[in-house]
Design a protein around this ligand. Structure first.
Ligand code: PLP
Length: 406
């Protein structure tokens, strides 16, 4: 690719690439390896957000790169989804069936998280022949129209109405309102831990009660584990924290090891509904691209062989412990999380903005959450070393002190 001068590239980014905010981070990426992103001036950033929960193996992992290169010379796209037998797809679906709860054995591959949620919702409506959907306030499921319809934040829904009709939003982590799930309900969609909502962890009885209510009414339970899956929370899937098995499990982000890939996985009798009445009622050209599936298989193998979920659990405790100590300097309201999905909640939005900006200037990339302006999200690669965590914590300490004085 032809290299452009530093100044011109940033200008061209702002002019030609559609902007989604008035203040993009704008880091000009030259290289990304492990937990480090290097910009075009040579400045190194420690990445504590993994491209928003994607780089669980770190950036540019050699096992993923090799799988991509090997598959790229065999074949790229050959046929729309579901028609030809493509080995990387079959092997990844088989592997997912082995590691997911036993009843979830059939996978439909997509390109992204929002598409996987669309597919899961459509499957539930077709299977149950019902129309009503139930979702939760503060939930996030993606930005296509169906997923946005079940995303629990008025601010983001309003400009795009009308959205899907017949969607009810319940408070997350509250038992009594679950009664609103009834025999008209096709599906209930929930993140086991809300990510964009501010890293909200439910009480231990919430998801079992939700499962029970769905069983009672015949509504399908969809777990959106786009953010929480693939080891992020200290288990391969967050559902394992509560031993609750959904009817459909949705994955994306880290699933492709850095390549675009999503999936929804269900029981055979539910997933069969997509092949009949009428057939071809839910298809995709690129979903389950062979290169993405090859990358996903390599990533999953590495994740399991190297016990990265266990590593996330252990390092999450280490990081949270130190974040709590760091909180003593002031300005911090709460530290919560599971594994390496951590919410660091500050006292006010302006302080949060200054803190995140200071961190970035000092070489640490942190995340934000869409639905909260005081919760900073930490989701570093699961391969991060303790020494790198310490380095990040030091930057956070200095940046918070500075933000408190600014
Ligand atoms: C829980 C959850 N679901 C769905 C999505 C949408 O995924 P994608 O951006 O791949 O469409 C996201 C993205 O942040 C997410 O966090």
């Amino acid at each position: 690719m032809r290299r452009t001068s530093k100044k011109k590239l940033k200008d061209d980014f702002l002019r030609y690439v559609c902007q989604t905010s008035s203040e993009p981070m704008g880091i000009e990426v030259a290289d990304a390896q492990g937990c480090i992103i290097t910009d075009r001036s040579g400045k190194k950033y420690l990445d504590f957000i993994s491209g928003i929960g994607v780089a669980n193996l770190g950036h540019t992992h050699p096992a993923v790169v090799k799988a991509v290169a090997d598959q790229a010379v065999r074949y790229l796209h050959v046929m729309v989804y579901g028609e030809f037998v493509q080995e990387p797809q079959v092997r990844l679906a088989e592997r997912l069936a082995l590691v997911a709860p036993r009843s979830l054995s059939v996978t439909y591959f997509t390109n992204s998280g929002t598409e996987a949620n669309e597919g899961a919702l459509k499957t539930a409506k077709k299977y149950t022949k019902r129309k009503k959907l139930v979702a939760f306030k503060g939930g996030f499921h993606g930005d296509s129209q169906g997923s946005l319809s079940v995303t629990g934040r008025e601010l983001y829904q309003k400009p795009f109405r009308p959205l899907l009709p017949d969607v009810s939003f319940l408070p997350f982590n509250s038992l009594k309102p679950l009664k609103a799930i009834d025999r008209r309900t096709a599906a209930v969609i929930v993140e086991p831990i809300q990510g964009e909502g501010g890293v909200n962890i439910p009480a231990d009885d919430f998801l079992p009660a939700l499962r029970e209510r769905c069983d009672k009414t015949g509504a399908l339970l969809i777990f959106d584990e786009v953010m929480t899956g693939m080891g992020r929370t200290g288990k391969l899937f967050a559902l394992q924290h509560w031993n609750v098995v959904p009817d459909i499990l949705v994955l994306a982000k880290a699933l492709g090891g850095g390549m675009p890939l999503g999936a929804f996985i269900g029981r055979p009798e539910i997933m069969k509904t997509l092949s009949e009445g009428p057939p071809l009622s839910h298809v995709t050209t690129f979903g389950g691209h062979p290169v993405s599936c090859a990358a996903g298989l390599a990533a999953l193998d590495f994740l399991l062989e190297n016990q990265l979920p266990e590593r996330a659990e252990h390092l999450g405790l280490y990081l949270m412990d130190r974040l709590k100590k760091l909180s003593e300097i002031g300005g911090v309201k709460d530290v919560r999380g599971k594994g390496l999905l951590i919410g660091f909640e500050l006292n006010d939005p302006k302080l949060t903005e200054r803190f995140v900006r200071n961190c970035r200037e000092a070489g640490l990339i942190l995340g934000w959450t869409l639905h909260s302006n005081t919760v900073v999200r930490l989701a570093p690669p699961l391969v991060i070393r303790e020494q790198e965590i310490d380095q990040g914590l030091e930057i956070m300490r200095e940046s918070l002190s500075k933000a408190l004085d600014q």
